[in-house]
Ligand binder design. Structure first.
Ligand SMILES: [Zn+2]
Length: 90
């Protein structure tokens, strides 16, 4: 977690952990032909399996660019007045 003071109020940056939030999106691109794995949420396994199958069908295609998108959330730190407002549901 990264913490910073901006405009005299403390904010904390942390990975998104909301119940309905995506935590990460994984994908891969073949570096030989540009074919892309379908994006998968919260697990790299579908992209990994896609790469193995792609190489199985195209034995000369063995290099991939693996991509991960992650999501952050900024929340008010303990000394930030927005923390009390958030607690009130404002
Ligand atoms: Zn390929």
């Amino acid at each position: 977690m990264t913490r910073s003071v901006i405009s005299a109020a403390g904010w904390a940056l942390e990975p998104e952990t909301g119940e309905d939030a995506q935590h990460a999106v994984y994908s891969a691109v073949c570096m030989v032909c540009g074919a892309e794995a379908p994006a998968s949420a919260n697990s790299p396994e579908p992209a990994e399996i896609w790469a193995l199958k792609h190489t199985g069908l195209n034995p000369a295609h063995r290099q991939y660019k693996a991509m991960v998108e992650s999501y952050w959330c900024v929340t008010p730190a303990a000394d930030n007045p927005y923390r009390a407002l958030d607690a009130q549901g404002a």
